[in-house]
Design a protein around this ligand. Sequence first.
Ligand SMILES: Cc1ncc(COP(=O)(O)O)c(C=O)c1O
Length: 441
Amino acid sequence: MISSRRSFFRQSARIAVSSGVLFPSLKPLTESYFTEIKRYQSAKSAEALAADEDFWAMIQQAYTVSPTTLNLNNGGVSPAPTLVQEAVERYFRYSNEAPSYYMWRVLDQGREPLREQLARLAGTSPEEIAINRNATEALDTVILGLPLQRGDEVVVSNFDYPNMMSAWRQRELRDGLKLNYVKLPMPCEDENRMVKLFVEQMTPQTKVVHLTHVINWSGQVLPVRKIADEAHKRGIEVLVDGAHSFVHLDYKVPELGCDYFGTSLHKWLSAPIGTGMLWVKKEKISKVFPLVPNEQPQSDNIRKFENLGTRPFFIEQAIAQAIQFNNAIGSARKYERLFYLKNYWAEKVKDIPGIELYTSLKKGYSGALAVVGVEGLKPGELESQLLTRFKIHTTPIDKENVKGVRVTPHVYILPSDLDRLVNALTILAKESSGKLAKAGK
Ligand SMILES: Cc1ncc(COP(=O)(O)O)c(C=O)c1O
């Protein structure tokens, strides 16, 4: 039964499907494909389904997984499932039949329906959603577009993403803003302590608090809502970098209590590479100047942030297929699975001598991302050994006290894949501790 489901799934996944906005003749296949997933998952709670390998093996079939290299850096960029890949290819081919016609008169007509779909995913109004190319563009729009003046202060942390910090530092240099840094302990399982550290940096001059919801360097989750509430009590606005939290953790954007939110869609949504989203609270839109101005830079129309000129509409429009696939899994089920996968491997290695984990294994403090180090191996050495000897792709992290490799499974990764990682880490930790003992360290 399961294998027939799998082959059905594989066959369906190979066939291009559409959002229904364009080329709707392929829709019936989409429906049967997704009905099958729905039927399978309906009998179980999200938590129970997290460990149901037959279900997740079906999900894996929707991706083009490398048969040799194990990709455990899905946090960098996620692969897109086949239906998304095929939509990009199909829309690209259409575009090239008569570019100005297909791009502007056909594909771009999907922009407003897509905005509505993204708004439903984010739990907001479509009038607050701008579609752009990545989290950097979304967040830099706010950082560079806010009307701040010399002497205004911004609270950031020592674990914010480099692109965003470069944008704030440019404003510091150019406009005389002052940045106040929170020094975060890593990992941290004390929400109140994190809130307190942010509050301590807020002064009467503070205008903005910048929060990275899930920290890319370690997988730490910040108590964004609690910090945002404290900021608002003091009349301070809140910008959330949701590059790693959107459709990874199970929440809707307004629940964060922030004013501005930016994310990539090519990470946890599995949308095509080069897609992102900006959310701005309706009443704040008019005061943020766009990065690329249109003729009304002070309007309260969110579309002013999309004045990018000619761009790959075939990429943008295939976001709809990624939403369709994501919704078929469901956000609670997805989060439970991702958390389960992280804890699956991390629990197995955490007590091995010489292994150090830099990520909490507790709910509320982590999701799919975790960083692991091996005593005696530098982050780059550990990453290189995992890749060259075991064909496991991770990314090295050397940031403050966090020294290891970041491991990020996605929905298509199975526990059997993670056993490969556990085995590799076990061998490397043993070898390294042997060498350290020999050297008398
Ligand atoms: C926390 C965080 N913010 C922002 C970004 C930038 O994302 P993008 O490359 O999509 O602009 C990343 C990328 O990894 C990130 O981890």
